[in-house]
Design a protein around this ligand. Sequence first.
Ligand code: UDP
Length: 386
Amino acid sequence: MKKKYLIVGAGFSGSVLAHELCKHSSCQIDVWDERNHVGGNCHTKRDEETGIMVHEYGPHIFNTDKKEIWDFVNSFVEFKPFINRVKANYRDNIYSLPVNLHTINQFFGKSFGPDEAREFINSLGDKTITEPASFEEQALKFLGMDLYKAFFYGYTKKQWGCEPSALPASILKRLPVRFNYNDNYYNNSYQGIPVNGYTELVEKLLDHPDIRVSLNKKFQYSEALQENYDHIFYTGPVDAFFDYKYGKLGYRTVTFEKYTADGDHQGNAVINYCDESVPYTRIHEHKHFAPWEQHDKTVYFKEFSKETTEQDIPYYPKRLESDKEILNAYRAEALRILNISFLGRLATYRYMDMHHVIGEAILFAASYLLALQKGENPPVFPNTED
Ligand code: UDP
């Protein structure tokens, strides 16, 4: 008898999981998503007016250092190489990001070589900080006050809505600092963008006779619903699953102001606006994510960050200490329910990139099927909470 599964959410977590379960076992899967499209926040769609492929929920540049993940996504759709080279606008000057030798030389009006720059930046770092406990301390220890204030303080305050001293150091550790002219935003060796967008990739993952996708379908847990399925995999927000009974987890969300124009607006895919006085965090111009296409017109978006309300789509988990307490209460409760697993960025409340989500969903499908085979309890979460 085929197992019957319900997967809640048709983003990368849900669709990779559905694909893997069908590939490696005999099952029938319902995939529900409350939006009118698959792909979650990675959804892409051609803009009607300009014909440009738009990343509807903000820029997504696929990057990974794992060949198996790169091969996995490339086995479904064509990717073209794309290197993200982000610029920063600070006090009406344009700088190179992530902070690299060009940024340092531009900012300080120098012509340092790599070793001189390293020595100079080391001399600016705050020596009193041994174990950086926050975003701010991490920046002050490794970059010093001036670079921190210019490129990180205002941007981070706008993006996260709080002082960078209240944020974990791990957020800053996402960004490299380089003492050469490499301005590739990511360190990962495999980088690219799917030629026909991410939604096609997700559609292909879900294209299987045993997968039935229902859009505009809201999930509400009930024991009666659960009786229809051998197992439910939930990839939505974990606090929403439990009707917020222990409180709401903090997220930042982003909103966009859309502009269309002739030609080229800013000459680059992403420009960050680091001044605190500029209300938006960045401008993305989507034709530059597909330099292999020709478009006479352009479409670009100013991105604003704000606190998430019930009407907004959650983007960035804040993970403040108070959030972690709430999360642990939900996790403890989740471990007590049978036949439900929680997977992905929203259900595990973590800041995850696409390649993390995909890799974790592949592994989770394998560990679920192994548990089934051994007659053991299925895994509830893919991770343990730190
Ligand atoms: N950040 C910053 N200035 C920048 C770019 C990033 O201060 O110009 C900080 C900001 O707090 C952000 C973090 O570095 O949340 C990580 O940046 P990343 O580009 O990885 O953020 P994402 O792409 O997830 O928005």
